[in-house]
Structures are given as structure tokens and as C-alpha cells.
Design a protein around this ligand. Structure first.
Ligand code: GAR
Length: 213
């Protein structure tokens, strides 16, 4: 099985980008992060890409008149690098159906809650909403991206307990540790051909068995 060529799309800090780069260095992952695409010119994730020797393309959305033009520029870059899998990692733009369909079932996203709860929020807002709702368990979700925001088929989730003393910041830190593990696991499952999407469900198949087994 040939190695899967991965691009990460990010807008900010880049800890998930870094976790994916490190995970892909294990041969059993069967993937390689070949490109970082960033839409914010001074995003800290760019320094991580430099340190990890991953090529980066800066494509600022503000430089384009329309979302369609911005997305065409990203698609051209992804195609130029023969990318098979796109991983959104703190990428703070919503992708149109044109982009999503160009990589149908080949775009994953990490979200810092147990979807479908707390969908449609970003970063720290998610953890604030978790505390305000009083739920006792939270976590993270890696899902395939479809044309509905934060609603695509779920590949991997990891859960943690909410503690009495938690703040949004302390929750964000503990969930982030789980995010790095969950994303690495999901990408490995994808790159080794073990994820089968059936409607809203993602089946994780054993090596050597058929999805119906
Ligand atoms: C992560 O916590 C990710 O789950 C979240 O942004 C953070 C990016 O951190 N994404 C969303 O909230 C998407 N709705 P990172 O740049 O260090 O990977």
C-alpha cells in the first residue's frame, strides 16, 4: 500500500499540525505530511512547519475577492503536491461544497467537543459552552468533512471528565492532549484503509476483513 500524501490546513497555533507530522513519521501510519496550507500570513504554525521541514503555502483568504477564488488557489496547491488526504487542524474558514466535493470523503477535521454536541463553535468558545451547559463529560472528535458544519461522519472520539475546578482554559488543555492522540489514530486508520463510510457512520474494519463482517 503506497503512503498517503497528507496536507494540513491551519490558521493558528499548530499543535495538531505538529502532532500529525510526528505521528506520520511512524512507518505504521502509512502517511506523510507533505504540505501545510495557512490562510493567516503570520500564524505561529508556520514556525512549526519550518522546524519540521514541512513545505508551507501561505494563501491569505483576504487577498481574494471571493471564497471561490480563495478555494481554487488552495485546490491548485493541493493538486500540485498530489495530496490524497486533507486534515483541517484549527483551520478557521468554512469550506464550500465545491471544495468539499473536490476531496469527497478525503477531508478530516478535529473539533474540541464530543460532536454532535457543541458544533459550530471555535476553540475556547467550545469549552465555555461545555461549562455553561454543565455537562460532566467532554472530549474531542475527528470527523470527515461534508457540506454541513461539524456534522460529517465521525471517525474517532476521545472523552475526558469535566472536573469541579475546571475553567475553559484548563479544559482546553486537557482536551488538546486527547486531540493529538485522536487525530494521529484517525489518520493512521485512514491511511491504512480501515475507515469505511456508510451514511453517517464510519466503520473501523479489521485488517483482512470486509466492512460487512
Ligand atoms: C484545536 O483545539 C482544534 O480542535 C480547534 O482549534 C484548536 C487548534 O489548535 N478547532 C476548532 O475549534 C474547529 N471548530 P492547534 O492550532 O494548536 O492545533
Amino acid at each position: 500500500m503506497s503512503r498517503v500524501s497528507i496536507a494540513v490546513l491551519a490558521s493558528g497555533r499548530g499543535t495538531n499540525f505538529e502532532a500529525l507530522v510526528h505521528a506520520a513519521r511512524h512507518p505504521e501510519t502509512n502517511g506523510e505530511v507533505r504540505l501545510l496550507v495557512v490562510n493567516v500570513p503570520d500564524a505561529p504554525v508556520l514556525r512549526r512547519a519550518e522546524a519540521e521541514h514541512v513545505p508551507a503555502a501561505v494563501i491569505p483568504h483576504r487577498r481574494f475577492k471571493t471564497r471561490a477564488e480563495f478555494e481554487q488557489a488552495m485546490l491548485a496547491e493541493l493538486n500540485r503536491h498530489n495530496i490524497n488526504l486533507v486534515c483541517l487542524a484549527g483551520f478557521m474558514r468554512i469550506l464550500s461544497p465545491v471544495f468539499v466535493n473536490a476531496f469527497a470523503n478525503r477531508i478530516m477535521n478535529i473539533h474540541p467537543s464530543l460532536l454532535p454536541m457543541f458544533a459550530g463553535l471555535q476553540g475556547i468558545q467550545v469549552h465555555e459552552a461545555v461549562l455553561a451547559a454543565g455537562v460532566k463529560v467532554t472530549g474531542c472528535t475527528v470527523h470527515f468533512v461534508n457540506t454541513d458544519v461539524d456534522a460529517g461522519p465521525i471517525a474517532v472520539q476521545r472523552a475526558i471528565a469535566v472536573r469541579e475546578a475546571d475553567t475553559a482554559e484548563s479544559l482546553a488543555l486537557r482536551v488538546l492532549v486527547e486531540e493529538h492522540q485522536a487525530y494521529a489514530e484517525a489518520v493512521k486508520l485512514f491511511c491504512t484503509g480501515r475507515l469505511h463510510i456508510e451514511g453517517k457512520r464510519v466503520r473501523v474494519i479489521d485488517v483482512g476483513s470486509s466492512p460487512g463482517a
